[in-house]
Design a protein around this ligand. Structure first.
Ligand SMILES: [Zn+2]
Length: 399
């Protein structure tokens, strides 16, 4: 039987499945067809929640005697945007000048295609790793992410699944393959500050309480001073005010209410609770300041509303995982990757509650863009890195 040892072939088959979130698009079925001949048992649980689309996911495991490695990723892709602007159709997997075009080529069907090719080659040569390999693949990473990785992890853990390490195959390299392994991520938190004032005539401010004045004091306190200077492993915490809303169309009316919304990306100086406490503290102190509100006797009347769930900061310290991956990159490319915690959040933030996790995949330059594409040579190289990693992490043992 022909094993899925060719990453370009694997990727072409996946790109041809139009799996724009929340559609499965045939992508998970295609994965199942690749994995079964490799000895994986495959399940495709569907998760639901009121108000969100049902999502199909995939969990595949090939059992062996030894440690358990999990590869995590997603087959859903973002919409194609202006299809006419694509040089090659987004679901055709055409190759031109050594590059394969298609939505998901790097984010992240390409990473999955390479990992499966690596496992297939390893099985072809060695009969299989001395341990268990599983793939935890969601169809809901680019969407609400409610019926995806979080539920899939819970579902698998409920069945008794335990993992020793995980690689997420997201495109982590900014410019060239081998640039960067992600070993952690900053946390993320969003909130809104709503200031209640008293509406009135702009000519009679003493009879009103302008909430914009109060909001200025509060926003100022959110922005100054800086939260920290960064740490050994992380860049500085930053808070961005993402919207200020008053909605007042009359120039001669003092409005009744003003709102500012912010997002904060925090490093390991903080956790979600301490950064929330810091924000509360800053706002409480600023509420009493008179700079923008001369003559007002009461502090700014405000409420703080936290939005969504916080994403927690994490840093992976598993030396075997990080070193083995790093050395695999060096062995194949001859270059030492940076160990980074930069960028936004990813599904690794959920996996870290179950086992140590790192992220390494293709070059991310064209992700989410028109003409998303990957160098076919990169597919071969990443497959080589994953294969080397599998060999070394399992200790080159044979089943
Ligand atoms: Zn992705």
């Amino acid at each position: 039987m022909k094993l899925p040892t060719d990453p370009a072939q694997n990727l072409a088959a996946l790109i041809r499945c139009p799996s724009v979130t929340p559609a499965e698009g045939g992508a998970l079925r295609t994965l199942e067809d690749m994995l079964r001949p490799l000895g994986f048992s495959v399940e495709r649980p569907v998760f639901s929640e009121a108000g969100t689309p049902d999502i199909e996911n995939l969990y595949a495991r090939r059992s062996g005697n030894g440690p358990h490695l999990m590869f995590a990723g997603h087959t859903d892709v973002v919409p194609v945007g202006d299809e006419a602007a694509w040089t090659h159709p987004p679901f055709a997997a055409e190759i031109a000048n050594g590059e394969m075009y298609g939505r998901g080529a790097v984010d992240m069907k390409g990473g999955i295609a390479c990992f499966i090719a690596a496992v297939a080659r390893h099985i072809d040569k060695n009969g299989g790793p001395k341990g268990s390999v599983s793939l935890l693949i969601t169809g809901d990473e680019e969407g609400p992410a409610i019926n995806g990785t979080v539920k899939l992890l819970e579902w698998a853990a409920d069945k008794g699944e335990k993992w020793d390490a995980s690689i997420v195959g997201e495109p982590t390299n900014p410019d060239a393959l081998g640039d960067m392994i992600k070993i952690g991520r900053r946390g993320s938190l969003s909130g809104s500050v709503i200031v209640n004032g008293r509406q009135g005539h702009a000519a009679y401010p003493q009879l009103a309480d302008n909430p914009v004045r109060g909001l200025m004091s509060l926003v100022d306190a959110l922005l100054h001073p800086v939260f920290d200077e960064g740490t050994k492993d992380f860049q500085p915490t930053n808070l961005e005010v993402t919207s200020i809303d008053v909605g007042n169309l009359a120039t001669n009316v003092i409005p009744a209410k003003a709102t500012a919304t912010f997002n904060i990306r925090f490093n390991d100086t903080w956790d979600a609770e301490t950064i929330q406490a810091e924000i509360h503290n800053r706002l409480d102190q600023a509420a009493g300041r008179k700079k923008y509100r001369p003559g007002k006797k009461t502090p700014v009347d405000y409420e703080l509303v936290w939005r969504d769930r916080p994403s927690h900061v994490f840093l992976t310290r598993d030396e075997k995982l990080i070193d083995t991956l790093s050395k695999s990159v060096v062995a194949v490319i001859g270059r030492t990757p940076a160990l980074s915690t930069s960028g936004g959040t990813s599904d690794a933030r959920f996996i870290k509650d179950y086992c140590p996790v790192v992220e390494f995949g293709l070059v991310g330059k064209t992700m989410h863009m028109v003409d998303e594409r990957v160098a076919v040579a990169d597919l071969e190289t990443l497959t080589g890195i994953y294969e080397r990693f599998i060999e070394d992490w399992f200790g080159q043992g044979l089943t």
